[in-house]
Design a protein. Structure first.
Length: 243
């Protein structure tokens, strides 16, 4: 993030920590009560108590502003699925002299975004995942939702819309990642009676969904290899279509 100005870096670090804090509040409980409910209601109860006890006006105004900030922050974090992506230039990755990954070679990454099986889907944040490309060209991301339970996404060179390096805002510091956007026909709304359409007749299926997932890793070589694999496959497909 060195190319950004100091105010931008500070703002993005604040958002990254705020998203992680709001996510933790939404998932944790204390004495059977969701922490997010406590954070919402305690300032309101304190404001009512202060109003009855005739606290000074500036204190009451500060409590009102705190209530507005808390509720806005919670709403915004939930709307954004507790993360945000900041794109950066892709020139460094494009200049990297790396070969694409061989077919069926899996690499370990962390995945964020919407993942599915035939009957359900969920938004996951920084979960362990395997990425690989099958010989026919389809890309697979298998994400461990819980120990022994996995969700998936699939895309091909034809369904790929964009791949962009950048920063994922979630946690103590923004995370270096790749944002992969594609059109998907995978998930609960594309199944009938729990079975995926496999007869080739997809005329009555809903239109494909535009999905963005984020792949992150601490190993820059893995990141560049994943980038090269996705981009080179897309370029080959487009050159083949042009021919």
């Amino acid at each position: 993030m060195e190319s950004l100005s100091l105010p931008q870096r500070l703002y993005y670090r604040y958002l990254s920590r705020a998203y992680a804090f709001m996510f933790a509040l939404s998932r944790r409980s204390f004495l059977g009560i969701r922490l997010v409910a406590l954070v919402r209601w305690l300032p309101i109860l304190l404001l009512l108590w202060g109003w009855l006890r005739r606290w000074p006006g500036p204190v009451l105004i500060a409590l009102v502003l705190l209530i507005i900030w808390i509720n806005y922050s919670l709403w915004r974090a939930k709307r954004d699925n507790y993360n945000r992506f900041v794109p950066v230039a892709s020139s460094l990755l494009e200049a990297a002299d790396l070969e694409p990954l061989p077919p069926n070679q899996k690499v370990t990454v962390q995945a964020t975004g919407l993942f599915s099986v035939s009957g359900r889907e969920d938004v996951l944040l920084l979960r362990p995942a395997d990425y690989w490309r099958v010989p026919l060209g389809e890309h697979v991301i298998m994400v461990e939702e819980k120990p022994g339970k996995y969700l998936y996404q699939f895309f091909s060179a034809r369904s790929l819309q964009n791949v962009q390096p950048g920063w994922l805002l979630f946690g103590p510091q923004p995370i270096d990642c790749l944002a992969v956007t594609f059109l998907a026909r995978w998930g609960p709304e594309y199944t009938r009676f729990g079975q995926i359409y496999e007869d080739g007749n997809d005329s009555d299926l809903p239109p494909p969904k535009r999905i963005t997932i984020y792949l992150s890793t601490a190993d820059p070589d893995i990141k560049r290899a994943v980038w090269q694999t996705i981009v080179s496959e897309a370029r080959r497909s487009r050159l083949g279509d042009a021919a």
